[in-house]
Design a protein around this ligand. Sequence first.
Ligand code: FPP
Length: 250
Amino acid sequence: MPLFRSKEREAEQVQVDFDRLPRHIAIIMDGNGRWAQKRGLPRTAGHAAGAENFRTIATYCKDIGLEYLTVYAFSTENWKRPAEEVKAIMGLLKKYLLEAIGRMERDRVKMEFFGDLSPLPQELQDLCRRTREISKGYDGCQVNICLNYGGRDELLRAARAYAQDCVEGRADPNHLTAEHFAGYLFSRGVPDPDLVIRPSGELRLSNFLLWQSAYAEFYFTDVLWPDFSKEELHRAIAAYQSRSRRFGGI
Ligand code: FPP
């Protein structure tokens, strides 16, 4: 495929080589609240705009042939937010999953969820299970939604499950490898993200994919998530493609 040049920002010559896409992009969808605040709207309107943008970006990722997209939708710490905001986010997720189920057959997107779903509203848990079940054999882009997810929580759960396997004789700590341990994570079977994107100007990981991001390339931008367009994604991918990944070698 030829190099792509963004029409909107021609001067910047954003060029993406679609033959060398990262396999896996992970996104911290941050800045919804500030986006709403700037417009004098309630924070929940920012989340609605963020959910809409997720649809756009996820569809685009599928269309360009990305293999894996992982998004941080609700963290283990997000329960500290006002009940009304939590409820609104759960409602947006429900709406999205109902729509996704409606067009799954056509989209062939495989949906997965990283995180402990048990504290979520029962209806949402059921929808997550249904979308996972329906799409498990699909071969399109795999979209992983992190829900009630935290990197530390994930590592603690994995350590507990591994310790249990050791106690019960199914595992031997002398033979533990990184590959084996990764099999206890929510992300088992999914390659590590190549590119982690965080919009909204914050320069931190916020408990996102702590294990999996060990060798990821990072892309930070001041753009708020609801404004993170396809052109912004091109910029992130172009930045990724300009870097030299050595994985500790030379
Ligand atoms: C962070 O922005 C965003 C969240 C905690 C929620 C993300 C949720 C969605 C985009 C909607 C549902 C998702 C899907 C997949 C349909 P923030 O609220 O912390 O923004 P701020 O830092 O500007 O306050």
